[in-house]
Design a protein around this ligand. Structure first.
Ligand code: GRF
Length: 202
């Protein structure tokens, strides 16, 4: 299976995939900002790496041109799967529909529908935290538990069929950094499992 990984940050999940590559190849990596630490990881692994910054995110015509360029570049590698591993851009349906399959990681528990709450195994409900600050929001809301979700990307934001999910309890004194690091550790394991499974099913 031919996989492209999209990153915006440090790329520890990208590294987990680079270290694995069981049943799949990582044919390219794309970053949307030069500061993304993951760029060094893909270059070190000799994986073709594109950095395509979005310089005017609020100007619709510039954003559309950027998305079209990104899609044109990525299709050159004929990917079977795009993995958004810490990718912090919301992509429009015209981008999403150009690819066979896209999955996203989200550092919180999401419900199986687009509802506002998640039901925990013990019957308690917690808010579904969507958006770019899910770890910070979990702490501010004082949730007992958060977690991570890997889901297929659809045209809606942080909604789509769930492929894997695991809860991560909050601990006394947790900061955004400590909680996010524990969530990332789980995410790295889940993303490798999901991509291996999708590769086996192809
Ligand atoms: C992950 O927690 C992912 O869910 C979130 O950004 C983080 C990426 O971490 N969207 P890394 O860059 O792979 O270390």
């Amino acid at each position: 299976m031919r996989v492209i990984v999209l990153i915006s940050g440090g790329g520890s999940n990208l590294q987990a995939l680079l270290d694995d590559r069981q049943g799949y190849d990582i044919v390219a990596v794309m970053a949307d900002r030069p500061s993304a630490g993951g760029i060094a990881r893909s270059l070190a692994a000799n994986v073709p790496t594109i950095c395509l910054p979005l310089t005017a995110p609020r100007i619709p015509i510039a954003r559309t041109a950027w998305e079209n360029t990104a899609a044109d570049l990525l299709t050159v590698w004929h990917p079977d799967l795009l993995v958004m591993a810490g990718w912090m851009r919301i992509m429009s349906p015209s981008f999403i529909n150009r690819f066979r399959a896209i999955i996203n990681q989200h550092p919180a528990l999401l419900p199986p529908d687009d509802g506002p709450t998640v039901t925990l195994p013990d019957g308690r409900t917690i808010p579904a935290i969507r958006g770019a600050h899910a770890v910070r929001d979990a702490i501010h809301l004082g949730l007992p538990v958060s977690g991570c979700t890997i889901h297929r990307v659809t045209e809606a934001v942080d909604v789509g069929p769930i492929l894997a999910q695991q809860s991560v309890p909050l601990l006394p004194g947790d900061t955004e950094t400590t909680l996010h690091e524990r969530i990332r550790a789980v995410e790295r394991r889940l993303i490798v499992d999901v991509v291996r499974t999708l590769a086996a099913e192809l």
